[in-house]
Design a protein around this ligand. Structure first.
Ligand code: 26Q
Length: 831
């Protein structure tokens, strides 16, 4: 037998796993290259190096992670549990290097091995486990929770296929499957021993339990096992490392084989396949009808696993179930996890024999609900037949909650039957539906919107009756984004300039950016500021050339609109502007036009035909404008394919102008608007979502406001909006629409964009034409402002300087104070 290792070799082995110096990292990378990849450097592929580095970084997270988890388990500290069907966490390697503070050392270690860190960062596939804003918000919040040293767990679904990859072929969006797991995902640790069973279907029966109490037993026809897949979520420059716990579905083998399909091996395997499909794929938003049954099953699946996990932790801590709400705050990220209201009741009442009233008190104290939309078509409902068939016991519980709730409403408003019908958890007007926003509201002690305007509208519209009944339960928490990823990581040149100018403290105290105001007119600082922006634009230009083949002039104004494609976000309003400018050039080729490069990015839901046609229109315009000699390079139009977190990293820092042009009252908050602002872009926008607060912070003189307000939008609609009138009265608009209708951007095809033009001129539900003239006029102001470089630079600096409010640290601080009543807990590593 070999000798036991000596102390010194033990220490160096430890250092190879945990040491943060360049030398230790280098040893770690070489160890992992051999021990996990089976490779020596001479034949290692870039992917081998990526994996070796990723594992080395993960090694360095593990002690922090294990210590954090153990500290929480061993104390009576309250834990924030963020339940979300989506977590769009983005690439992990760079972020983890930044949060651990070892980016420079890792770079040096790799350089000594002849490997370029940037090349490895470029290789990483991101887990696209979200559609857009809501999923990315959840990820930003996990970063802030850890950075603020708040004990927290993110709970969600480990989709095998995340959001589809987008390709552009012949101008159209084409979807291909997302391959995030194909080459292995080094950040996750699967925990087969942390698993729970979730039932579906079957029937319920009244029974008498051992103590003679009447109770209900649900006998499902199918069970699925949820297995925990954990990803570490380290804070910035702290020891706290929280957990993102995503559930993957598996078959329950013994259940199938023994109880139901004894002897039928192939039927059992088939059951297994069905069980595993539960966490197979993320559904896109804006697809209300597709996969309804599976989507509800997914929601229940992850919610049940997560609540069972919390109850298990309670037992580990030796606490009675009565302490559930003291120990857990369960935040519902939209209604997607709102079945939690009924499931927690079931787990308490049916499984643990807690009396109904006590269980209800626990449930309501533990849960809180964040609303992210007012769009009626996006409010979740489930048909009663589906609910009864898939989750019979949950439906019974919802009925009981509703019965008791409506009794309360009746007492408060005797005889007001209309109100009862409006507030009921069940919509009885047509096919009966469960209203999930009502369920979430009734089951929560706190309800919030995601920007001031949105929270106000929420109380006036969708949840009006509830806000009247329980005004004290309604809050606003304006969204925020993490400056670690969206400044420090993605814009290192800006970060360096900020460090030199105002000190490094801004990263965790973003309000300190205000100190930049003193430099807004400083000529040398301005020069530096512009050179940072210019370099970022050159980087984006390179990517654009590589991906689309289009060459763009980095001296042009970079005008960017990146977000999901949706009519309410009005990418087509932007398209109309481009055609307007193009038409002006056709009429007057000598026109002094401010050179602009329009950059679009975003995915359309696969079944959303209008959104896909908007993409086609943008590409049709690009094809003509980019190649017309009259334009002579003064306008460029780029549709950057497959917008995701990874390419967002080089898009936001390169923007001069941020397009936030949704119909007022429709965008709950927006978070891209904040990312642009932090990186020094000016905003052209409507009074919608967080734009309102951005303008308040930065000042009207540094924001290009246009368009109808939310109130005016409603008034115009009530008065009977007639878009054709706007066409009639505006020659420029009419000619712009005509150019599109004539097939100018569809190679002569007059049919291609007809649905879009017809929609705009006859219905225009999002008031594109009503805002067109104001938008074009404001864009003329933008062009004029761009001509005055010093003025523009001043405005750009002030945008960054006044963006502090939009840090997710501020937002999480508000959740902690107003809703969760949680305080930080310091993690100390024993060494
Ligand atoms: C629902 C049912 C079936 C299938 C999919 C869905 C589904 C999935 C995702 C519905 C909605 C979403 C995502 C919504 C979303 O991203 N909302 C955005 O949330 C941001 C964070 O608060 C806000 O900033 C945006 O304004 C809001 O649009």
């Amino acid at each position: 037998m070999a000798d036991a290792p000596t102390t010194t070799s033990q220490q160096s082995a430890d250092a190879a796993r945990t040491g943060l110096s360049a030398a230790a990292l280098q040893r770690g990378v070489l160890d992992n290259l051999l021990c996990l990849r089976g490779r020596y450097p001479a034949i290692a592929s870039p992917h081998d190096w990526y994996m070796a580095l990723a594992y080395s970084v993960r090694d360095r997270l593990l002690a922090r992670w294990a210590t954090s988890v153990q500290t929480y388990a061993g104390s009576d500290v309250r834990v924030a549990c963020y339940l979300s069907a989506e977590f769009l966490i983005g690439p992990q390697l760079g972020n983890n290097l930044v949060n651990l503070g070892i980016e420079a050392n890792a770079r040096e270690a790799l350089r000594a091995l002849g490997v370029d860190l940037d090349m490895l960062l470029e290789l990483e596939e991101e887990p696209g486990l979200g559609n857009g804003g809501l999923g990315r918000l959840a990820a930003c919040y996990l970063d802030s929770l850890a950075t603020l040293e708040i004990p927290a767990v993110g709970y969600g679904i480990r989709y095998e296929f995340g959001i589809f990859d987008q390709q552009i072929r012949d101008g159209w969006q084409v979807e291909t499957t997302d391959k995030w797991l194909q080459k292995g995902h080094p950040w996750e640790i699967v925990r087969p021993e942390v698993a729970y069973y979730v039932g579906f279907g079957g029937s319920t029966h009244d029974e008498t339990d051992a103590r003679g109490h009447l109770c209900v037993r649900w006998i499902p026809t199918r069970q699925v096992k949820g297995v925990a897949c954990d990803t570490p979520m380290p804070g910035y420059h702290v020891n706290t490392c929280n957990t993102l716990r995503l559930w993957k579905s598996e078959a329950v083998e013994s259940f199938d084989l023994q109880d139901f399909n004894a002897g039928d091996y192939y039927e059992a395997v088939n059951e297994k396949v069905i069980s595993e499909t539960l966490s197979k794929v993320l559904y896109p938003n804006d697809e209300p009808e597709i996969g309804k049954r599976l989507r509800l099953a997914q929601q229940y699946f992850f919610v049940s696993c997560s609540l069972q996990d919390m109850l298990r932790l309670l037992e580990i801590r030796g606490e009675p179930v009565g302490h559930f709400a003291q120990l857990f705050n369960v935040q519902l990220n939209d209604t997607h996890p709102s079945i939690a209201v009924a499931e927690l009741m079931r787990l308490l009442v049916d499984d643990r024999q807690v009396p109904w009233d006590e269980a209800w008190d626990i449930t309501r104290r533990a849960l809180a609900y964040t609303n992210h939309t007012l769009l009626p078509e996006a409010l979740e409902t489930w048909g009663l037949p589906l609910m009864r068939n898939l989750l019979p016991r949950l439906l019974e519980i919802i009925y009981e909650i509703n019965r008791r709730f409506l009794d309360e409403v009746r007492q408060r408003y005797p005889g007001d039957d209309a109100r009862i019908a409006r507030m009921s958890l069940i919509d009885e007007r047509g096919d009966k539906l469960v209203r999930m926003a009502h369920l979430a509201t009734v089951g929560s002690h706190a309800i919030n919107g995601v920007a001031e305007l949105h929270s106000g509208l929420l109380k006036q519209t969708v949840l009006r009756d509830f806000a009247e009944l329980w005004p004290e339960r309604f809050h606003n928490v304006t969204n925020g984004v993490t400056p670690r990823r969206f400044m420090l990581l993605c814009n290192p040149a800006l970060a360096r300039l900020l460090d030199e100018t105002i000190g490094a403290g801004w990263v965790t105290d973003l309000a300190r950016l205000r100190k930049l105001e003193a430099y807004a007119d400083d000529a040398a600082f301005q020069q530096h500021w512009r050179s940072v922006k210019q370099a970022n634009k050159a980087v984006l230009a390179e990517h654009i050339r590589g991906v689309t083949g289009i060459g763009v002039d980095t001296a042009a104004l970079f005008d960017v609109q990146v977000k999901r494609i949706h009519e309410y976000k009005r990418q087509h309003l932007n398209a109309l502007l481009i055609v307007t400018l193009y038409r002006r050039l056709l009429r007057d080729p000598q026109l002094a036009l401010t050179p602009r490069c329009f950059v679009f990015g975003g995915k359309a839901a696969p079944g959303y035909a209008t959104a896909k046609l908007i993409i086609r229109l943008i590409n049709g315009i690009a094809e003509v404008v980019n190649n017309d000699p009259v334009v002579n390079g003064r306008l460029k139009v780029v549709f950057y394919p497959d917008f995701n977190v990874k390419n967002a990293h080089f898009i936001y820092p390169a923007a001069d102008l941020s397009e936030q042009i949704s119909t007022a009252g429709k965008e709950a908050s927006g978070t891209g608007n904040m990312k642009f602002m932090m990186n020094g872009a000016l905003t052209i926008g409507t009074l919608d979502g967080a734009n309102v607060e951005i303008r308040e912070e930065v000042g009207d003189e540094n924001f290009f406001l246009f368009g109808l307000s939310a109130d005016e939008v409603e008034r115009v609609k009530r008065a009977g909006y007639r878009p054709a009138d706007y066409v009639k009265d505006d020659a420029e608009l009419s000619e712009v629409l005509q150019l599109i209708a004539d097939g100018h951007f569809s190679r002569g095809d007059r049919e291609m964009f007809r649905p879009l033009i017809d929609n705009l001129t006859h219905a225009d539900p999002f008031l594109v034409l009503a805002d067109y003239a104001a938008y074009v006029a404001r864009q003329d102001d933008v062009s004029a402002a761009w001509q005055d470089t010093r003025r523009w630079t001043r405005m750009s600096i002030l945008n960054t300087a006044r963006s502090g409010k939009f840090s997710s640290d501020r937002a999480i601080g508000e959740y902690c104070d107003k809703i969760w009543k949680i305080r930080p807990m310091r993690i100390t590593l024993d060494q």
